[in-house]
Design a protein around this ligand. Structure first.
Ligand code: NAI
Ligand code: UGA
Length: 430
Protein backbone atom coordinates (compact mmCIF):
# COMPACT_ATOMS: atom_id res chain seq x y z
CA UNK A 1 0.00 0.00 0.00
CA UNK A 2 1.02 3.63 -0.40
CA UNK A 3 1.41 5.13 3.06
CA UNK A 4 2.48 8.53 4.32
CA UNK A 5 3.80 9.17 7.80
CA UNK A 6 3.79 12.67 9.22
CA UNK A 7 6.61 13.19 11.74
CA UNK A 8 9.87 11.34 11.46
CA UNK A 9 11.10 11.05 15.04
CA UNK A 10 11.48 7.87 17.11
CA UNK A 11 8.11 6.49 16.13
CA UNK A 12 7.70 7.94 12.62
CA UNK A 13 11.11 6.82 11.36
CA UNK A 14 10.84 3.38 12.90
CA UNK A 15 7.41 2.61 11.53
CA UNK A 16 8.24 4.08 8.12
CA UNK A 17 11.32 1.89 7.72
CA UNK A 18 9.47 -1.18 9.04
CA UNK A 19 6.43 -0.61 6.78
CA UNK A 20 8.83 -0.30 3.82
CA UNK A 21 10.47 -3.54 4.96
CA UNK A 22 7.16 -5.43 4.87
CA UNK A 23 6.59 -4.24 1.30
CA UNK A 24 4.71 -0.94 1.49
CA UNK A 25 5.55 2.20 -0.44
CA UNK A 26 6.22 4.81 2.26
CA UNK A 27 6.82 8.54 2.35
CA UNK A 28 7.88 10.35 5.52
CA UNK A 29 6.93 14.01 5.92
CA UNK A 30 8.82 16.13 8.43
CA UNK A 31 9.35 19.87 8.80
CA UNK A 32 13.01 19.27 9.68
CA UNK A 33 15.07 19.47 6.48
CA UNK A 34 18.04 17.75 8.12
CA UNK A 35 15.92 14.72 9.01
CA UNK A 36 14.50 14.56 5.49
CA UNK A 37 17.95 14.83 3.88
CA UNK A 38 19.34 12.17 6.19
CA UNK A 39 16.54 9.72 5.36
CA UNK A 40 16.90 10.34 1.62
CA UNK A 41 20.64 9.71 2.00
CA UNK A 42 19.85 6.32 3.50
CA UNK A 43 20.79 7.29 7.04
CA UNK A 44 18.53 7.05 10.04
CA UNK A 45 18.13 10.36 11.88
CA UNK A 46 17.79 8.47 15.18
CA UNK A 47 19.82 5.70 16.77
CA UNK A 48 17.96 2.45 17.18
CA UNK A 49 19.39 -1.04 16.77
CA UNK A 50 18.60 -2.32 13.26
CA UNK A 51 17.17 0.97 11.99
CA UNK A 52 20.25 2.13 10.06
CA UNK A 53 20.21 -1.10 8.08
CA UNK A 54 16.50 -0.82 7.23
CA UNK A 55 16.76 2.84 6.19
CA UNK A 56 19.87 2.12 4.10
CA UNK A 57 18.11 -0.78 2.40
CA UNK A 58 14.84 0.97 1.54
CA UNK A 59 15.78 4.66 1.05
CA UNK A 60 15.09 5.82 -2.47
CA UNK A 61 12.94 2.78 -3.14
CA UNK A 62 10.12 1.85 -0.74
CA UNK A 63 11.06 4.71 1.60
CA UNK A 64 11.47 8.38 0.82
CA UNK A 65 11.16 11.61 2.75
CA UNK A 66 10.02 15.15 2.03
CA UNK A 67 9.08 18.40 3.74
CA UNK A 68 6.18 18.79 1.29
CA UNK A 69 2.77 17.66 2.56
CA UNK A 70 1.58 17.41 -1.06
CA UNK A 71 3.17 13.94 -1.05
CA UNK A 72 0.15 12.63 0.91
CA UNK A 73 -2.04 12.91 -2.18
CA UNK A 74 -0.14 9.99 -3.76
CA UNK A 75 -0.98 7.77 -0.78
CA UNK A 76 -4.09 6.07 0.59
CA UNK A 77 -3.37 6.28 4.32
CA UNK A 78 -1.58 8.85 6.48
CA UNK A 79 -0.28 8.12 9.98
CA UNK A 80 0.24 11.11 12.27
CA UNK A 81 3.33 10.46 14.44
CA UNK A 82 3.76 13.92 15.90
CA UNK A 83 4.87 14.78 19.45
CA UNK A 84 2.18 15.11 22.12
CA UNK A 85 4.08 16.55 25.11
CA UNK A 86 2.62 17.53 28.47
CA UNK A 87 1.77 21.12 29.31
CA UNK A 88 2.21 22.53 32.80
CA UNK A 89 -0.38 20.72 34.89
CA UNK A 90 0.03 17.55 32.83
CA UNK A 91 -2.57 18.24 30.12
CA UNK A 92 -1.66 16.98 26.67
CA UNK A 93 -0.30 19.73 24.42
CA UNK A 94 -1.90 19.25 21.00
CA UNK A 95 -0.42 22.32 19.31
CA UNK A 96 1.97 20.37 17.04
CA UNK A 97 -0.67 17.75 16.26
CA UNK A 98 -3.20 20.45 15.32
CA UNK A 99 -0.68 22.22 13.12
CA UNK A 100 0.20 18.93 11.38
CA UNK A 101 -3.52 18.19 10.93
CA UNK A 102 -4.02 21.62 9.31
CA UNK A 103 -1.14 21.08 6.87
CA UNK A 104 -2.42 17.58 6.10
CA UNK A 105 -5.96 18.88 5.49
CA UNK A 106 -4.73 21.65 3.19
CA UNK A 107 -2.78 19.10 1.13
CA UNK A 108 -5.71 16.66 0.98
CA UNK A 109 -7.91 19.50 -0.26
CA UNK A 110 -5.96 19.34 -3.53
CA UNK A 111 -6.86 15.68 -4.03
CA UNK A 112 -10.10 14.20 -5.37
CA UNK A 113 -9.71 10.70 -3.89
CA UNK A 114 -10.76 9.59 -0.43
CA UNK A 115 -8.19 9.26 2.36
CA UNK A 116 -7.70 7.51 5.69
CA UNK A 117 -6.00 9.46 8.50
CA UNK A 118 -4.67 7.40 11.42
CA UNK A 119 -3.47 8.82 14.74
CA UNK A 120 -0.25 7.07 15.77
CA UNK A 121 0.62 9.62 18.47
CA UNK A 122 -0.47 9.00 22.03
CA UNK A 123 -3.60 11.14 22.51
CA UNK A 124 -6.29 11.24 25.21
CA UNK A 125 -9.69 9.70 24.39
CA UNK A 126 -11.80 11.63 21.87
CA UNK A 127 -8.83 13.58 20.42
CA UNK A 128 -8.87 11.77 17.06
CA UNK A 129 -12.57 12.23 16.41
CA UNK A 130 -13.10 15.41 18.41
CA UNK A 131 -10.02 17.45 17.42
CA UNK A 132 -7.95 15.93 14.61
CA UNK A 133 -10.73 14.79 12.24
CA UNK A 134 -12.63 18.12 12.32
CA UNK A 135 -9.42 20.07 11.54
CA UNK A 136 -8.51 17.82 8.60
CA UNK A 137 -12.12 17.96 7.34
CA UNK A 138 -12.33 21.74 7.60
CA UNK A 139 -9.00 22.36 5.89
CA UNK A 140 -9.60 19.83 3.12
CA UNK A 141 -13.31 20.35 2.52
CA UNK A 142 -13.73 16.58 2.92
CA UNK A 143 -16.44 14.95 4.94
CA UNK A 144 -15.76 12.50 7.80
CA UNK A 145 -17.25 9.07 7.11
CA UNK A 146 -17.72 9.94 3.44
CA UNK A 147 -14.42 10.70 1.66
CA UNK A 148 -12.40 11.22 4.88
CA UNK A 149 -11.98 8.27 7.24
CA UNK A 150 -10.14 8.24 10.58
CA UNK A 151 -8.51 5.61 12.73
CA UNK A 152 -6.27 5.25 15.77
CA UNK A 153 -3.36 2.82 16.05
CA UNK A 154 -1.50 3.17 19.37
CA UNK A 155 2.20 2.35 19.46
CA UNK A 156 3.88 0.25 22.16
CA UNK A 157 7.52 0.20 21.01
CA UNK A 158 10.29 1.00 23.49
CA UNK A 159 13.33 3.15 22.81
CA UNK A 160 16.38 0.97 22.39
CA UNK A 161 14.40 -1.91 20.90
CA UNK A 162 12.04 0.04 18.64
CA UNK A 163 12.52 -2.02 15.47
CA UNK A 164 12.22 -5.44 17.09
CA UNK A 165 9.26 -4.27 19.21
CA UNK A 166 7.46 -2.92 16.14
CA UNK A 167 8.15 -5.94 13.94
CA UNK A 168 7.39 -8.41 16.73
CA UNK A 169 4.54 -6.84 18.71
CA UNK A 170 2.67 -8.47 21.62
CA UNK A 171 -0.50 -7.10 20.03
CA UNK A 172 -1.71 -4.77 17.30
CA UNK A 173 -4.57 -2.41 18.14
CA UNK A 174 -6.64 -1.07 15.27
CA UNK A 175 -9.19 1.59 16.23
CA UNK A 176 -11.76 2.52 13.61
CA UNK A 177 -15.43 3.44 13.28
CA UNK A 178 -15.94 2.87 9.54
CA UNK A 179 -15.35 -0.17 7.32
CA UNK A 180 -13.13 1.88 5.01
CA UNK A 181 -10.77 2.87 7.86
CA UNK A 182 -10.78 -0.67 9.32
CA UNK A 183 -9.97 -2.22 5.94
CA UNK A 184 -7.17 0.27 5.32
CA UNK A 185 -5.63 -0.51 8.71
CA UNK A 186 -5.89 -4.24 8.03
CA UNK A 187 -4.20 -3.71 4.66
CA UNK A 188 -1.33 -1.85 6.32
CA UNK A 189 -0.82 -4.40 9.10
CA UNK A 190 -1.61 -7.72 7.41
CA UNK A 191 1.93 -8.27 6.03
CA UNK A 192 3.51 -7.32 9.35
CA UNK A 193 1.15 -9.52 11.36
CA UNK A 194 1.83 -12.43 9.03
CA UNK A 195 5.59 -11.99 9.34
CA UNK A 196 5.35 -11.65 13.13
CA UNK A 197 3.64 -15.06 13.41
CA UNK A 198 0.16 -13.76 14.06
CA UNK A 199 0.14 -11.68 17.25
CA UNK A 200 -3.37 -10.83 18.48
CA UNK A 201 -5.00 -8.05 16.43
CA UNK A 202 -7.55 -6.09 18.45
CA UNK A 203 -10.12 -4.31 16.31
CA UNK A 204 -11.87 -1.76 18.43
CA UNK A 205 -13.33 1.73 18.51
CA UNK A 206 -11.18 4.84 18.17
CA UNK A 207 -11.57 6.12 21.74
CA UNK A 208 -10.91 2.61 23.06
CA UNK A 209 -7.67 2.47 21.04
CA UNK A 210 -6.67 5.87 22.45
CA UNK A 211 -7.37 4.71 26.00
CA UNK A 212 -5.60 1.34 25.56
CA UNK A 213 -2.33 3.24 25.10
CA UNK A 214 -2.74 5.19 28.36
CA UNK A 215 -3.94 2.10 30.20
CA UNK A 216 -0.87 0.21 28.98
CA UNK A 217 1.64 2.88 30.02
CA UNK A 218 -0.25 3.74 33.21
CA UNK A 219 -0.35 0.11 34.25
CA UNK A 220 3.35 -0.47 33.59
CA UNK A 221 4.35 2.72 35.42
CA UNK A 222 2.09 1.83 38.34
CA UNK A 223 3.48 -1.72 38.38
CA UNK A 224 7.02 -0.34 38.82
CA UNK A 225 5.78 2.05 41.52
CA UNK A 226 4.04 -0.79 43.34
CA UNK A 227 7.27 -2.81 43.15
CA UNK A 228 9.07 0.23 44.61
CA UNK A 229 6.50 0.61 47.38
CA UNK A 230 6.87 -3.06 48.29
CA UNK A 231 10.67 -2.83 48.09
CA UNK A 232 10.62 0.19 50.41
CA UNK A 233 8.65 -1.83 52.97
CA UNK A 234 11.10 -4.71 52.54
CA UNK A 235 13.99 -2.41 53.27
CA UNK A 236 12.48 -1.23 56.57
CA UNK A 237 12.25 -4.89 57.66
CA UNK A 238 15.72 -5.67 56.29
CA UNK A 239 14.08 -8.13 53.92
CA UNK A 240 15.72 -8.73 50.53
CA UNK A 241 13.33 -7.03 48.07
CA UNK A 242 14.89 -8.75 45.07
CA UNK A 243 14.08 -12.17 46.53
CA UNK A 244 10.51 -11.02 47.22
CA UNK A 245 9.87 -9.41 43.83
CA UNK A 246 11.40 -12.24 41.82
CA UNK A 247 9.25 -14.71 43.76
CA UNK A 248 6.00 -12.84 43.16
CA UNK A 249 6.95 -12.45 39.49
CA UNK A 250 6.67 -16.22 39.12
CA UNK A 251 2.91 -15.99 39.64
CA UNK A 252 1.66 -15.82 36.06
CA UNK A 253 -0.99 -13.33 37.15
CA UNK A 254 1.77 -10.92 38.22
CA UNK A 255 4.58 -11.68 35.70
CA UNK A 256 8.21 -10.78 36.25
CA UNK A 257 8.77 -7.88 33.85
CA UNK A 258 8.59 -4.28 35.11
CA UNK A 259 9.05 -5.35 38.73
CA UNK A 260 12.54 -3.84 38.76
CA UNK A 261 12.60 -1.75 41.94
CA UNK A 262 14.93 1.22 42.28
CA UNK A 263 15.09 4.93 41.71
CA UNK A 264 11.98 4.87 39.50
CA UNK A 265 10.71 5.43 35.98
CA UNK A 266 11.62 8.24 33.60
CA UNK A 267 11.78 8.73 29.86
CA UNK A 268 9.83 10.64 27.25
CA UNK A 269 6.59 8.72 27.73
CA UNK A 270 5.68 7.27 31.15
CA UNK A 271 5.89 10.63 32.99
CA UNK A 272 4.03 12.63 30.34
CA UNK A 273 1.43 9.95 29.61
CA UNK A 274 0.60 9.27 33.25
CA UNK A 275 0.37 13.03 33.84
CA UNK A 276 -1.86 13.45 30.76
CA UNK A 277 -4.34 10.75 31.67
CA UNK A 278 -4.52 12.01 35.27
CA UNK A 279 -5.22 15.54 33.99
CA UNK A 280 -7.77 14.22 31.47
CA UNK A 281 -9.53 12.11 34.11
CA UNK A 282 -9.78 15.08 36.48
CA UNK A 283 -11.15 17.11 33.59
CA UNK A 284 -14.07 14.71 33.32
CA UNK A 285 -14.63 14.61 37.07
CA UNK A 286 -12.71 11.50 38.16
CA UNK A 287 -9.76 11.45 40.56
CA UNK A 288 -7.52 8.51 39.46
CA UNK A 289 -6.00 7.72 42.85
CA UNK A 290 -3.85 4.74 41.86
CA UNK A 291 -2.20 6.66 39.03
CA UNK A 292 -1.64 9.64 41.32
CA UNK A 293 -0.03 7.36 43.89
CA UNK A 294 2.19 5.86 41.18
CA UNK A 295 3.56 9.34 40.45
CA UNK A 296 3.98 10.13 44.14
CA UNK A 297 5.95 6.95 44.84
CA UNK A 298 8.07 7.62 41.75
CA UNK A 299 8.85 11.19 42.78
CA UNK A 300 9.86 10.01 46.25
CA UNK A 301 12.44 7.42 45.14
CA UNK A 302 15.21 9.93 44.26
CA UNK A 303 14.53 11.73 47.55
CA UNK A 304 14.94 8.42 49.39
CA UNK A 305 18.21 7.80 47.53
CA UNK A 306 19.57 11.11 48.82
CA UNK A 307 18.36 10.25 52.33
CA UNK A 308 20.50 7.08 52.13
CA UNK A 309 23.47 9.18 50.99
CA UNK A 310 23.06 11.58 53.91
CA UNK A 311 23.36 8.70 56.36
CA UNK A 312 27.07 8.54 55.39
CA UNK A 313 28.08 11.78 53.69
CA UNK A 314 27.00 15.40 54.04
CA UNK A 315 26.37 16.40 50.39
CA UNK A 316 27.40 20.02 51.10
CA UNK A 317 30.88 20.34 49.58
CA UNK A 318 31.19 16.58 48.97
CA UNK A 319 32.34 15.30 45.59
CA UNK A 320 29.53 13.04 44.41
CA UNK A 321 29.83 10.78 41.36
CA UNK A 322 26.54 10.25 39.55
CA UNK A 323 26.80 7.03 37.56
CA UNK A 324 24.21 6.91 34.78
CA UNK A 325 22.54 9.95 33.22
CA UNK A 326 20.27 8.30 30.59
CA UNK A 327 16.67 7.48 31.57
CA UNK A 328 17.44 3.79 31.05
CA UNK A 329 20.35 1.74 29.73
CA UNK A 330 20.83 1.42 25.97
CA UNK A 331 19.89 4.99 25.08
CA UNK A 332 21.40 8.49 25.13
CA UNK A 333 17.94 9.93 25.91
CA UNK A 334 17.93 11.92 29.16
CA UNK A 335 14.30 13.08 29.07
CA UNK A 336 12.91 12.77 32.61
CA UNK A 337 15.95 10.75 33.63
CA UNK A 338 16.07 10.10 37.37
CA UNK A 339 19.51 11.72 37.26
CA UNK A 340 17.78 15.08 36.75
CA UNK A 341 16.07 15.43 40.17
CA UNK A 342 19.19 13.98 41.81
CA UNK A 343 21.62 16.41 40.15
CA UNK A 344 19.30 19.33 40.91
CA UNK A 345 18.99 18.35 44.59
CA UNK A 346 22.75 17.78 44.90
CA UNK A 347 23.48 21.16 43.27
CA UNK A 348 21.12 22.83 45.69
CA UNK A 349 22.84 21.08 48.59
CA UNK A 350 26.21 22.41 47.38
CA UNK A 351 27.78 19.15 46.18
CA UNK A 352 30.66 19.01 43.75
CA UNK A 353 29.04 16.75 41.13
CA UNK A 354 30.77 14.59 38.53
CA UNK A 355 28.53 12.76 36.06
CA UNK A 356 29.30 9.75 33.94
CA UNK A 357 27.27 7.89 31.33
CA UNK A 358 28.52 5.62 28.54
CA UNK A 359 26.50 7.51 25.87
CA UNK A 360 24.31 10.26 27.35
CA UNK A 361 26.98 12.67 28.61
CA UNK A 362 26.68 15.11 25.70
CA UNK A 363 22.92 15.39 26.10
CA UNK A 364 23.21 15.88 29.85
CA UNK A 365 25.99 18.42 29.42
CA UNK A 366 23.68 20.39 27.08
CA UNK A 367 21.21 20.75 29.94
CA UNK A 368 23.63 20.92 32.90
CA UNK A 369 26.83 22.52 31.57
CA UNK A 370 28.11 23.47 35.03
CA UNK A 371 28.75 20.08 36.58
CA UNK A 372 31.89 18.01 35.89
CA UNK A 373 31.81 15.07 33.51
CA UNK A 374 34.12 12.07 33.40
CA UNK A 375 34.79 9.83 30.42
CA UNK A 376 34.72 6.62 32.44
CA UNK A 377 33.16 5.35 35.64
CA UNK A 378 36.69 4.92 37.01
CA UNK A 379 37.50 8.58 36.35
CA UNK A 380 34.23 9.68 37.97
CA UNK A 381 34.93 7.60 41.08
CA UNK A 382 38.52 8.83 41.40
CA UNK A 383 38.62 11.07 44.48
CA UNK A 384 34.83 11.04 45.00
CA UNK A 385 33.36 11.07 48.50
CA UNK A 386 30.31 9.09 47.38
CA UNK A 387 28.79 7.49 44.29
CA UNK A 388 25.12 7.34 43.33
CA UNK A 389 24.17 4.63 40.82
CA UNK A 390 21.20 5.92 38.84
CA UNK A 391 20.98 3.94 35.56
CA UNK A 392 21.40 0.16 35.35
CA UNK A 393 24.08 0.14 32.65
CA UNK A 394 25.53 -3.40 32.60
CA UNK A 395 29.10 -2.04 32.88
CA UNK A 396 28.35 -0.82 36.42
CA UNK A 397 27.92 -4.45 37.48
CA UNK A 398 31.60 -5.01 36.66
CA UNK A 399 32.93 -2.15 38.80
CA UNK A 400 35.27 -3.42 41.48
CA UNK A 401 38.82 -2.08 42.01
CA UNK A 402 37.64 1.30 40.65
CA UNK A 403 36.02 1.99 44.04
CA UNK A 404 39.45 1.88 45.72
CA UNK A 405 40.31 5.27 44.18
CA UNK A 406 37.39 6.98 45.96
CA UNK A 407 38.22 9.40 48.79
CA UNK A 408 35.56 7.64 50.88
CA UNK A 409 34.11 4.52 49.22
CA UNK A 410 30.39 5.13 49.85
CA UNK A 411 28.21 3.60 47.13
CA UNK A 412 24.47 4.25 47.16
CA UNK A 413 22.93 2.00 44.54
CA UNK A 414 19.62 3.12 43.03
CA UNK A 415 19.37 0.12 40.70
CA UNK A 416 20.83 -2.78 42.69
CA UNK A 417 23.42 -3.37 40.03
CA UNK A 418 26.73 -2.97 41.85
CA UNK A 419 28.07 -6.11 43.52
CA UNK A 420 28.61 -5.73 47.26
CA UNK A 421 32.25 -6.29 48.15
CA UNK A 422 34.76 -5.82 50.94
CA UNK A 423 36.22 -2.35 51.24
CA UNK A 424 33.19 -0.28 50.20
CA UNK A 425 30.29 1.02 52.19
CA UNK A 426 27.43 -0.30 50.10
CA UNK A 427 23.87 1.00 50.55
CA UNK A 428 21.07 -0.14 48.31
CA UNK A 429 18.01 2.07 47.85
CA UNK A 430 15.73 -0.98 47.91
N1 NAI B 1 9.30 7.65 21.57
C1 NAI B 1 8.67 6.53 21.87
O1 NAI B 1 9.30 5.55 22.29
C2 NAI B 1 7.18 6.41 21.69
C3 NAI B 1 6.40 7.53 21.40
N2 NAI B 1 5.03 7.41 21.26
C4 NAI B 1 4.21 8.57 20.91
O2 NAI B 1 4.43 8.86 19.51
C5 NAI B 1 4.34 10.28 19.29
C6 NAI B 1 5.60 10.77 18.58
O3 NAI B 1 6.67 10.59 19.48
P1 NAI B 1 8.21 10.59 19.00
O4 NAI B 1 8.35 9.88 17.72
O5 NAI B 1 8.98 10.14 20.19
O6 NAI B 1 8.43 12.16 18.75
P2 NAI B 1 9.75 12.88 18.24
O7 NAI B 1 9.82 14.16 18.95
O8 NAI B 1 10.90 11.92 18.28
O9 NAI B 1 9.45 13.15 16.67
C7 NAI B 1 8.48 14.02 16.18
C8 NAI B 1 8.86 14.50 14.77
O10 NAI B 1 7.81 15.34 14.28
C9 NAI B 1 8.41 16.39 13.52
N3 NAI B 1 7.46 17.49 13.41
C10 NAI B 1 7.15 18.45 14.32
N4 NAI B 1 6.19 19.25 13.83
C11 NAI B 1 5.87 18.79 12.60
C12 NAI B 1 4.91 19.18 11.62
N5 NAI B 1 4.09 20.21 11.81
N6 NAI B 1 4.86 18.48 10.47
C13 NAI B 1 5.69 17.42 10.26
N7 NAI B 1 6.60 17.01 11.16
C14 NAI B 1 6.68 17.69 12.30
C15 NAI B 1 9.68 16.73 14.29
O11 NAI B 1 10.61 17.39 13.45
C16 NAI B 1 10.15 15.31 14.72
O12 NAI B 1 11.03 14.76 13.77
C17 NAI B 1 4.07 10.90 20.65
O13 NAI B 1 2.68 11.03 20.82
C18 NAI B 1 4.59 9.85 21.63
O14 NAI B 1 3.92 9.90 22.87
C19 NAI B 1 4.39 6.20 21.37
C20 NAI B 1 5.12 5.05 21.64
C21 NAI B 1 6.58 5.07 21.81
O1 UGA C 1 4.85 5.14 25.18
C1 UGA C 1 6.05 5.01 25.03
O2 UGA C 1 6.77 5.85 24.51
C2 UGA C 1 6.75 3.78 25.49
O3 UGA C 1 7.06 3.92 26.90
C3 UGA C 1 7.77 2.81 27.47
O4 UGA C 1 9.02 2.61 26.80
P1 UGA C 1 10.35 3.46 27.17
O5 UGA C 1 9.97 4.75 27.82
O6 UGA C 1 11.14 3.48 25.92
O7 UGA C 1 11.18 2.62 28.22
P2 UGA C 1 10.91 1.46 29.28
O8 UGA C 1 11.82 0.35 28.98
O9 UGA C 1 9.48 1.14 29.44
O10 UGA C 1 11.42 2.16 30.63
C4 UGA C 1 10.75 3.29 31.18
C5 UGA C 1 11.34 3.65 32.53
O11 UGA C 1 10.98 2.67 33.52
C6 UGA C 1 12.12 2.26 34.24
N1 UGA C 1 11.94 0.86 34.68
C7 UGA C 1 11.59 -0.09 33.76
C8 UGA C 1 11.38 -1.40 34.17
C9 UGA C 1 11.52 -1.74 35.52
O12 UGA C 1 11.33 -2.89 35.96
N2 UGA C 1 11.88 -0.77 36.40
C10 UGA C 1 12.09 0.54 36.02
O13 UGA C 1 12.39 1.40 36.87
C11 UGA C 1 13.30 2.44 33.27
O14 UGA C 1 14.53 2.56 33.97
C12 UGA C 1 12.89 3.71 32.57
O15 UGA C 1 13.27 4.85 33.33
C13 UGA C 1 6.92 1.55 27.28
O16 UGA C 1 7.65 0.42 27.78
C14 UGA C 1 6.59 1.32 25.80
O17 UGA C 1 5.72 0.19 25.67
C15 UGA C 1 5.87 2.57 25.28
O18 UGA C 1 5.57 2.44 23.89
Amino acid sequence: MRISIVGSGYVGTTIAACFADVGHDVVNIDIDEGIVASLNDGQSPIHEPGLDELVAEHAGEGLRATTDYAAVTDTEVTFLALPTPAEDGGHIDLSVTKSGARSLGAALGESDTDHVVVTKSTVVPTTTEGTIAPIVAEESGMSVGDDLHVGMNPEFLREGSAVSDFLGPDKVVLGAETDRAREALRGVFDPLVERASDPPVIETGIAEAEMIKYANNGFLAAKISLANDIANVCREYDVDSEAVLSAIGLDHRIESEFLGAGVGWGGSCFPKDVAAIIAAARGVGYEPMMLEAAVEVNDRQPVRLLDRLREYVDPAGARVAVLGLAFKPGTDDIRNSRAIPLVEALSEAGSDIVGYDPVATDNFHGRYPDIDYADSAAAALDGADAALVVTDWPEFADLNGEFDAMATPVVVDGRRIVTRREGIVYESLV
